[in-house]
Design a protein around this ligand. Structure first.
Ligand code: ATP
Ligand code: MG
Length: 234
């Protein structure tokens, strides 16, 4: 579904990604792990068309992503939840979700998408009139995910969905991710919570210094002594 071959990418003149290759099959859950600064978020940003692409091939559903703007890539059905649970603080839950549907003009479809998001995250339904800035971190993460789901993507890229959340919310977010996966949405996620992510992932990649370091099934990576020592705390 998503295929990156030898991707090079930069912020201005500083090259960050060096020949990164990865792929995600339809309905897979693929996780990307690696130390801080490895280029995980950068990989998502180059896929979405946010930063300077220097070379390589990137395709989504067999269509090249090179040269497309982020809004066009969203329109292809690739949803993206950036790192840091970014929500519009001064807007309500409902308004944040409406913004997620900015590509959709049909009011009825927007309403249906909102009902879909509320069914996945009942807590957002309860709080639809609350200002996003007054919600807890976990609720804001749900809202950021809900907003990305408003375009009804066939694939979602989630950057650090559980970062900084209390254990209860971490459980909740992982449950929701599994629910999305079982509803047929293809998932690629970046996680600090590497062991946890590899347990739910079909496959995973380890990035380091902007390069591929290891790859395998979730289980292979969990069982790999080097991966355990370097990334999973022994
Ligand atoms: N806007 C930017 N301008 C210049 N350099 C950047 C920018 N954003 C990130 N970088 C650099 O790119 C490198 C990779 O950053 P990236 O955010 O992709 O790492 P990451 O693997 O997501 O790390 P983390 O686990 O901390 O989120 C880092 O060295 C970082 O300093
Ligand atoms: Mg990151």
């Amino acid at each position: 579904m998503l295929d990156l071959k030898n991707i090079n990418a930069a912020y201005g003149r500083i090259q960050i990604l060096h020949d990164v290759s990865l792929h995600v099959e339809e309905k897979e859950v693929v996780c990307v792990i690696g130390p801080n600064g490895a280029g995980k978020s950068t990989t998502f940003k180059v896929i979405m068309g946010f930063i300077d692409y220097l070379g390589g091939e990137m395709t989504f559903k067999d269509q090249s992503l090179v040269g497309f703007r982020p809004d066009q890539i969203l329109g292809m059905g690739l949803g993206y939840v950036p790192q840091g649970r970014i929500v519009f603080n001064q807007m309500t839950v409902r308004e944040n979700l409406e913004i997620g549907a900015f590509l959709q003009r049909d009011k009825k479809l927007i309403r249906e998408s909102m009902e879909y998001v509320f069914s996945l995250f009942p807590r957002l339904a309860e709080r639809r009139k609350q200002l996003a800035g007054t919600m807890s971190g976990g609720e804001q993460q749900m809202l950021a995910m809900g907003r990305a789901l408003m375009i009804r993507p066939s694939m979602m890229m989630l950057d650090e969905p559980s970062l900084g959340l209390s254990p209860r919310f971490v459980d909740d977010i992982f449950e929701r991710i599994l629910e999305l996966a079982s509803s047929g949405i293809t998932i690629m996620l970046v996680e600090q919570n590497a062991a946890r992510a590899l347990e739910i992932a079909d496959r995973g990649y380890v990035l380091e210094l902007g390069k591929n370091r290891f790859e395998g099934t979730g289980k292979e990576l969990l069982d790999n002594a080097d991966v355990r020592r370097m990334y999973l705390g022994g």
